[in-house]
Design a protein around this ligand. Sequence first.
Ligand code: HEC
Length: 209
Amino acid sequence: MRYGILIAFVLAMGFGCQHESQQEKEQLISYDTTAVVNEGQQIAKATFQTLSSNLKNAIAEGGVEHALQFCNVEAIPLTDSLSKHHDVSIRRASHKPRTPYNTADSLEVEVIKQYIDKLESGDELKPVTYADENRITFHAPITITNSLCLNCHGKVNEDISKENLATIQELYPKDQATGFSMGDLRGIWTVRFPATHFDSVKIEHTKEL
Ligand code: HEC
């Protein structure tokens, strides 16, 4: 039994090792990536379902126009309340954001670039994880897999009606989130866990430089 536990831990370390060189010390952070991916995926999925059922209800109630107004007010607070519920930070980030609040930071831009390269070469897009001393970060792709999305993120004058475009421009003067087609990468999920969230996280300061 003890042997089994040891093997499991060594395997987990093998997948999740990450070296971080800093000016004064070298850190070795090991963690069970499978546990991070599983929990990250669960949280991203739950958030997607909440946003998407709210979106569909809003469209059913008052059409795309009403849904735009609804998302404008509710999307970020809904995501934030799920962050509190799961005790993590959840966000959607994009290289072409609708709202500046969702602009990808430098690490998110790198992840997005990798996903776009993979899409172009026909590779599968898988979640990725990163670790530093304080937190473990999970990313997963958001692609356009439903033609519903094109009402608000598709091609201007083709998928997006004149009236809806006017509403988008009024609510989001800096909007960049149009021109997408089915299958495109719309953005990514970012779920940040405190490092203490996972028992498997081990941080060793291996040497002073
Ligand atoms: C009714 C219009 C509407 C529809 C339909 C819609 N969205 Fe959006 N989307 C918005 C608005 C408005 C925002 C900005 C809301 C916010 O986060 O404050 C947004 C933001 C986003 C973001 C966050 C990044 C950014 O650009 O700010 C992603 C990712 C996204 N949408 C993906 C999708 C996907 C995938 C679908 C289809 C399942 C979809 N949207 C359908 C209106 C829409």
